[in-house]
Each structure stands twice: as C-alpha cells, then as structure tokens.
Design a protein around this ligand. Structure first.
Ligand SMILES: C[S@@+](CC[C@H](N)C(=O)[O-])C[C@H]1O[C@@H](n2cnc3c(N)ncnc32)[C@H](O)[C@@H]1O
Length: 266
C-alpha cells in the first residue's frame, strides 16, 4: 500500500463514518472534499470486494439487522455465557464443593481463572479447540471468525444476485446453518432454502453409509429441531437431509420429486 492508502486504512481500522473520513482526508492532504470522497469511495469499493472492509448503510433497519446478527453470533459461539464453560471444566476437575471458597471461585470464575478465560475466548474467536477438546457447549464449533466469513460470503451472494439455496453438509449442533438461515431472513432472502445435512447421530459407520434410513422418527434428532425452534429459524424453507432422505417441515411446498422425501411437524 502507498502512504495515502496506509493513512486511510489506519482510519478505517477503528470503524468510521464515510463522510467524516472523507473530511479528515481532505483536511489532512489539503484537497477538495469532493475529490477526497471520490478517492475514498474507490478505495473502500476495492477493499470491500476483497472482503477487507464492510460497508453498512446508516439506515435504522440496517443497524438493527447488524445488532441482531452480532447477538446471534455471540449466542451461537457462546461468548455470552462463556463463564459457564469455565465453571463446568472447573467442576469436572475439582468436583462440586459446598464450601464458601468453591462457591466464590465458581461465581467469579472469570477473575479467578483469568488466563483460562482469555484463552477460552481466543479459541472461540478462532474456532480452535480449548484445552485440546472439541467444543462441547456451543451450538457451533466453527468460531466467530468463520461465522463472520459466512456472513460476508452470504452478503456478497445476495448483493451480486447469485441465485440458489444454501447447504451445510455436516451440521453437528446446527449453529452455522441456523446462522445462514438467519442471514437469509434478515436480508429478505428467505425464499432461498437452507439444506441441513447430517447423519444426526455422529460419523456413520461404513455399513450405515450404504443403507437407507428406515425410521422417520430417528431421521432428524429432536435436539437439532429444538435448536432451530429456539433460535426462531425453523421455517418451511428448512430441509433436513439424512442418509439420502430429505425432510421438509410440514406445510412447506416443494417441487422436488425426491422419492424418499418426507415431512415432519415444525
Ligand atoms: C465436525 S462436525 C461439524 C461441525 C459443524 N459444521 C459446526 O458448525 O459446528 C461433523 C459432522 O459431520 C457429520 N458427518 C460426518 N460424516 C458424515 C457422513 N458420511 N454422513 C452424514 N454425516 C456425516 C457428523 O455427524 C458431524 O455432525
């Protein structure tokens, strides 16, 4: 980057209002505000296309959508109640004590175990395992950055008018696809379908992969459906797939002629 780009980049780094930044640039370089605005626009467009800069419009609807999606990401990665994970881990190590010292440690665990807490949050940001264990207590293991990446990709798909549905193959607890459905809805793109594919009972054995599912009750685990309901993302546009079968919520209208497709109650 040249010196001008570095200057703009340093201002963008902390989040900035476009007009305010154009004025700062005009003042800094002693140029006409219109010219500064034009140059800034080109720079932001270019960086936006590369995914380095996110542009929000200032409308109330856009701000509310951003707040909803940010809160949803925190809920799915479980940064909202991250202390509970620390508490469970502490209880697993020390057992449940009824003495005052244990009760205090559990209550104030983020201060008692500052280092662990910081490391847990860092793992959640990157989608890394904490203490060598796959995350057990959040609704997705992909972490905050990958959810942000999904958001960027989906927003780009919407703004470029790329047609088509979304699918997650291997959903586990479902958090990432719950987020993708929320993105469709929040951006008024809810005519798209969200395909949710998994065995819903862990990695299938070699024998299982070649057999067809037989019991419709077992097809989508109740836990998965419940999570979709909890996040209010269940809709007729959500289709669960297991072992080659496709399950649409009751009431959905689908034109797919899948031989094995069945319906389940929302
Ligand atoms: C690592 S987890 C996925 C994590 C998830 N994407 C998230 O956001 O947390 C892998 C998932 O893939 C599923 N899976 C792996 N192989 C599969 C297969 N052959 N058929 C169906 N599901 C499979 C497992 O059941 C498991 O839920």
């Amino acid at each position: 980057m040249n010196a001008t780009s570095v200057f703009i980049w340093s201002k963008l780094g902390c989040g900035s209002d476009f007009d305010q930044l154009a004025r700062t640039i005009a003042l800094h370089y002693g140029i006409d505000p219109g010219r500064a605005s034009e140059a800034l626009n080109d720079f932001v467009d270019h960086m936006g296309a590369l995914g380095f800069v996110e542009v929000d419009d200032a409308s109330e609807a856009s701000q509310l959508r951003k707040r909803y999606l940010d809160l949803l990401k925190s809920a799915l990665v479980n940064t909202l109640y991250a202390e509970h994970e620390l508490r469970i881990e502490w209880l697993e190590r020390h057992g449940a004590g009824t003495d005052i010292a244990s009760a205090r440690t559990l209550r104030d665990i983020r201060y008692a175990d500052r280092k662990d807490f910081a490391e847990l949050l860092a793992c959640k940001a990157d989608g890394r395992n904490w203490k060598g264990r796959v995350t057990r207590f959040s609704h997705t293991m992909v972490g905050m950055r990958r959810l942000q990446n999904l958001e960027w990709c989906a927003t780009r798909v919407f703004s470029d008018g790329v047609a088509g549905d979304f699918m997650e193959a291997g959903v586990c607890q479902g958090g990432a696809s719950i987020f993708m459905r929320a993105l469709q809805v929040a951006h008024g793109e809810d005519h798209r379908r969200m395909w949710v594919a998994d065995s819903f009972e862990g990695l299938p054995s070699r024998a299982q992969t070649s057999t067809r599912a037989t019991s419709s009750k077992k097809l989508v685990s109740p836990g998965s459906r419940q999570r979709w309901r909890r996040y209010r993302t269940i809709s007729p546009h959500t289709a669960f797939c297991r072992n080659g079968c496709i399950f649409f919520p009751a009431g959905s209208r689908t034109h797919l002629k899948a031989r094995q497709s069945k319906r389940w109650r929302c």
